[in-house]
Ligand binder design. Sequence first.
Ligand code: GZL
Length: 335
Amino acid sequence: MKLSHYCREFLKCVVLPVGLAASALLAGCGGGGEESASSAEQTGLSGKKIGFAQTGAESVWRTAHTDSIKSEAEKRGVDLKFSSGEGKQENQIRAVRSFIAQGVDLIMIAPIVETGWDPVLKEAKRARIPVVLLDRRVDTTDTSLFETFLGSDFVEEGRLAGQWMVDNVKGDAVKIVEMQGTPGSAPAIDRQKGFVEVVNANSRFQIIESQSANFRRADGKDLMESLLKKHKDIDVLYAHNDDMAFGAIQAIEAAGLKPGEDIVIISVDAIKEAFSMIIAGKINCTVECSPLLGPLAFDVAEKILAGEEVERKIVMKDEVFDATNAAANIDSRMY
Ligand code: GZL
């Protein structure tokens, strides 16, 4: 398979609202604006073998992400080789090596953590199999090891969460506990970075504790139980995803406190259940991070396999939801 020259010299970035038709992406990548495929018979991907190494099934968001990839692959007649990392990078790396051995046409990875990817990505490059990063980035100095990154700007999500807090939470000495996602993962690192940027610029706010609950609901409940025992003056919980926030809410209610009132809850992902919680007054704000990457991911794959240039970085645009807009939007939510 002949791989054409890709734009490797520099990272270019395209910011796309989630609902944007894939054809806009094709046009934006110099694809002549051809319509994106809408059924298997129309796609250049029919019969192509594509390996997808997913992180696991740690959250509702992740399940929606997996469903988006699998359903789009089926629609386009792709022979998808799916592997769940079950939360372990070594499982993902093993899956990528298996995809290489099978001689797939392209590999998609949602890297659980940022580091440790160079060796296996070099093996894919030597096998002349293009790699697309979905959802999470890798930490590498060799940008030739992947063709593009498709996902959200997690630093911006952290900033949006922090700014909502500054704009909506009153008080002179606001105490925050932060519930981080998977240690070493791009969303956990960046959502903390963006949020701390805002906190550091606003002296009214102080993060009194920051620990990981691995993006998991049960871990969020356990962590909040321990935080409530340790701190009697928590004003705000900033959770890196809705699932951990839901677990924390269970612990807050079990402690006889009112989530959304006694403790302000700020979260990320904007899954449909979070909208219900906002309407119920138990979550105050959730920052969107769309998992619906399937259509764009396979548009990019089609262009790569057709030997065409693709943007090095395709960033989804995220919105902020709270009591002012949750009810108006809940019915249209797709995950
Ligand atoms: C973010 C994604 C995160 C979600 C979590 O793009 O990597 O992983 O925020 C998921 O819900 O587990």
